[in-house]
Design a protein around this ligand. Structure first.
Ligand code: UD1
Ligand code: F6R
Length: 365
C-alpha cells in the first residue's frame, strides 16, 4: 500500500496534489462553490451571531488557518476552541451560534464531548471530517466530508491541507451574497483549481528539506515564527516536528516575539520565519532584522523571487515557495515543514508512522 514510498507519512505528504483534487471534485462550478452537505443550512449559518471552530491538535490548527478568511468572507465573528478547554471551562455557547467541529477521524473523544455540549446548548452543529459514517458525521446537523482518502500515518498531513481547502470553500459559500468581497471571492474560486499544481511545485523542495534536516539533526530546539494567514502554519509545522522527530519545537506568533521569546534567541537556536508575500510581509521583514541583530540562526520561508528582500546580507538560509492567493498560502507553506519533519525523523532514527506515545485517533478523554 505504500507503493514507492518508505513510510505512510511520506506517501501522504506527496499525495497532496491528488487529495486536494478529490477534496474539490464536483464542488466548484461556474464561478461558484457547491457544498451539498451545507446548502440547506447556509441561511441559518449566515444569520448566526458567531461561528465557533472546535477541534484538537492538527484539526484545531486547520481551523486557526481558516479564521482570517472565514471572518473576511462571511463577515461573521469567528472564535476558536480547543475541545478540551471548551469542556474544562464549560464555555459560553448559544442557540444563535454555529459550532463547526473539525476532526479527521470523526472519533476524537474531546471533540465528540464538545459536540454533545454544543447540541445541549442548542447551537447549529456542523462537521468537517474525513471519515464517512464516523460519530461526528452522524451526530452533527450537517457538514462536509473532506474526501482526502484514508490517512494512515499518525501525523496528520494531507487531512490538514484538505481541511483548510474545505473551510475556504465553506467561507466562499457562506459569503456568496456579500457584495463587498465579490472580487476577492472570484479570485479565490479561479485560483483553487490550480492549487494542486502549486503543491506539486512545492513538493520539489524535498531534497532541499532533507539537506536542511541534516543541518538540524543535532539542534536542541526549533522555533517557527508566523503571523496572519500563517500563524497556523507556525503552530502546525512545530507540532509535526515535535510529534514525529521528537525534537522540542515551538510555533509562535511573530507579533509576540518581543514579549518574551526574544530572550531565547542566540546563534545556536534555529528559527524558521515564515515571510511569504501578504499584508504582513513588511512586519515579518522587521522581525527578521531584529532576529538578525541578535545573531539568530535564521531560516526564512519566502515567496519565489523575494530572497534578496528577506535576507539582504545573504546570511540566512532561504526556502522559496510558489505564491498563491493569500488565504491559500497556508496550504503551500506547510508542505516544506511536513517534509522537514519527515526527514528529521528518518535521520534521527525514529518511527515515522507510529510516533512514541501517540495513537492515530484519541478516543479517550
Ligand atoms: C454527496 C455524496 C457523494 C456524492 C455527492 C453527489 C456521501 C457521503 N457523499 O457528497 O458520494 O458524489 O453527494 O452529489 O454520500 N454530513 C454531516 N456531518 C459531517 C459531514 C457530512 O452531517 O460531519 C452530512 C452532510 O450534511 C450531507 C452528507 O453528510 O448531508 C454528505 O456530505 P458530503 O459528502 O460532504 O456531501 P456531498 O459533497 O454533497
Ligand atoms: C497531529 C495529529 C493530532 C490530531 C488530533 C485530532 O498530527 O494527528 O494532533 O490532529 O488528535 O484528531 P482528529 O482530527 O482525528 O480529531
Amino acid at each position: 500500500k505504500k507503493g514507492n514510498y518508505d513510510h505512510f507519512m511520506q506517501k501522504e505528504i506527496h499525495e497532496q496534489p491528488h487529495s486536494l483534487t478529490t477534496t474539490m471534485r464536483g464542488r466548484l462550478r461556474d464561478n461558484d462553490v457547491v457544498l451539498g452537505g451545507l446548502k440547506d443550512h447556509l441561511k441559518t449559518i449566515r444569520h448566526s451571531r458567531r461561528i465557533i471552530f472546535i477541534g484538537c491538535g492538527t484539526s484545531y490548527n486547520a481551523a486557526l488557518a481558516a479564521r482570517p478568511f472565514m471572518e473576511e468572507l462571511s463577515g461573521i465573528p469567528v472564535t476558536l476552541e480547543l475541545a478540551s478547554d471548551l469542556l474544562d471551562r464549560q464555555g459560553a455557547m448559544y442557540r444563535e451560534d454555529t459550532a463547526v467541529f473539525v476532526s479527521q477521524s470523526g472519533e476524537t473523544a474531546d471533540t465528540l464531548l464538545a459536540l454533545e455540549y454544543a447540541l445541549e446548548n442548542g447551537a447549529l452543529c456542523v462537521g468537517i471530517t474525513n471519515t464517512v459514517g464516523s460519530t461526528l458525521a452522524r451526530k452533527t446537523h450537517c457538514g462536509v466530508h473532506i474526501n482526502a482518502g484514508c490517512e494512515i500515518g499518525v501525523a496528520s498531513t494531507k487531512a490538514y491541507t484538505s481541511q483548510i481547502v474545505v473551510m475556504v470553500m465553506m467561507a466562499l459559500a457562506i459569503g456568496a451574497d456579500k457584495i463587498s468581497t465579490q472580487s476577492k471571492r472570484e479570485a479565490i474560486i479561479n485560483a483553487l483549481p490550480d492549487l494542486p499544481n502549486k503543491v506539486s511545485e512545492v513538493l520539489k523542495l524535498d531534497n532541499e528539506m532533507k539537506d536542511l534536516a541534516e543541518s538540524l539533526i543535532e539542534a536542541q530546539s526549533l522555533f517557527v515564527f508566523g503571523r496572519g494567514y500563517n500563524y497556523a502554519t507556525a503552530l502546525e509545522g512545530a507540532l509535526k516536528v515535535k510529534e514525529v522527530a521528537l525534537m522540542h519545537s515551538e510555533g509562535m506568533l511573530a507579533g509576540e516575539m518581543k514579549h518574551g521569546p526574544l530572550a531565547l534567541v542566540d546563534e545556536t537556536l534555529p528559527i524558521i520565519v515564515i515571510a511569504t508575500h501578504d499584508a504582513c510581509f513588511s512586519k515579518q521583514q522587521s522581525v527578521i532584522q531584529q532576529l538578525h541583530a541578535r545573531n539568530g540562526r535564521l531560516i526564512v520561508m519566502c515567496s519565489k523571487g523575494d530572497a534578496s528582500s528577506v535576507c539582504p546580507s545573504g546570511s540566512c538560509r532561504v526556502i522559496e515557495v510558489p505564491q498563491v492567493a493569500d488565504c491559500l498560502q497556508p496550504v503551500i507553506n506547510i508542505v516544506p515543514l511536513q517534509l522537514l519533519a519527515y526527514h528529521l525523523t528518518v535521520l534521527r532514527g525514529y518511527d515515522v508512522d507510529q510516533p512514541r506515545n501517540l495513537a492515530k485517533s484519541v478516543t479517550t478523554q
